[in-house]
Ligand binder design. Structure first.
Ligand code: GLN
Length: 274
């Protein structure tokens, strides 16, 4: 097959196979050219190595692979995080969890725990945005922790990494703030078989028949891992706000409420240990 010779040829080759905005992003990353050049100068020559890279990426994307895994990175809270199929791709709605956490980190030192850190996007962002906080992050997957550690090295966040299942990674310790974006999709949800989600680690997504098993487990164990007055913040599905608040209340939390993401959907519920 002959390779595209210009930006215009490249975008024409991608047309009908992947959305135009993704084709432009992949062409930018393959060629190093600016967004303006790619759209404004369709006749500009594309180097053969860039053309080969772009053509291979379009084939992978057309076969369903997420752009973030093809490029090996995704932006979160203004920084580029490396990602691999060992970790969930960071989502914009999770920035709400970060904002809600930052609003609860006191000016003085605070001990903060991120459960199920994956790429480390939440823990590293908190460490960089709240340098006075001591951040610990737990994941059950050694492969995910390797991705998170290399993100911390690259981006400069100071985080203590621990391997384990939820609080077992930090047994006997107490924190002022615990945050988590746990798996919360119902195990039979057809969403798991569609789009990018198909390529993501199932263990980071599915959580029992209603998607609430891990939220229940974390909320139930959190009182033993929080200092008095400490907060638990949990991301969840758009239709799980009522259930998440009920779980927090029955676990003994007060000041329980839910915050909405930029789409206006219930996304993060939280409560305070009396
Ligand atoms: N927001 C993700 C999705 O709907 C789920 C992430 C999660 O389970 N933590 O695909």
């Amino acid at each position: 097959m002959s390779l595209p010779r210009t930006f215009g040829d490249a975008l024409a080759l991608a047309r009908g196979q992947v959305p135009a905005s993704e084709a432009r992003l992949l062409l930018r990353e393959a060629s190093g050219a600016s967004a303006a050049a790619i759209v404004g100068f369709p006749e500009r020559a594309l180097a053969p190595d860039a053309a080969a890279r772009f053509t291979a990426w379009i084939a992978r994307r057309a076969a369903g692979e997420p752009v973030a895994y093809i490029l090996g990175e995704r932006e979160f809270y203004g920084r580029r995080f490396a990602v691999s199929p060992d970790v969930l791709i960071p989502r914009p709605e999770t920035e709400l969890l970060v904002e809600q956490a930052l609003a609860r980190i006191p000016d003085g030192t605070a001990d903060v725990l991120d459960l199920g850190t994956g790429s480390g996007a939440i823990a590293i962002t908190l460490a960089l945005e709240a340098p006075q906080a001591r951040v610990t992050a737990v994941d059950i997957s050694p492969a995910a922790l390797a991705v998170a550690r290399s993100n911390a090295e690259q981006l400069g966040g100071q985080v203590r990494w621990r391997e384990g299942s939820w609080f077992s990674g930090v047994a006997g310790e107490r924190f002022d703030l615990v945050v988590s974006n746990p798996p919360y999709v119902a195990s039979e949800d057809p969403h798991l078989l569609a789009g990018d989600v198909r390529f993501e680690p199932r263990g980071a997504l599915a959580s029992g028949p209603e998607g609430l098993d891990d939220i229940r487990a974390i909320a139930g164990a959190a009182p033993d891992a929080l200092n008095a007055g400490g907060w638990l913040l949990l991301e969840h599905g758009y239709d799980q706000g009522d259930a998440a608040r009920a779980i927090l209340i029955s676990a003994g939390f007060v000041e329980v409420a839910t915050a909405q993401d930029l789409a206006g959907l219930d996304r993060v519920s939280f409560g305070r240990l009396p």
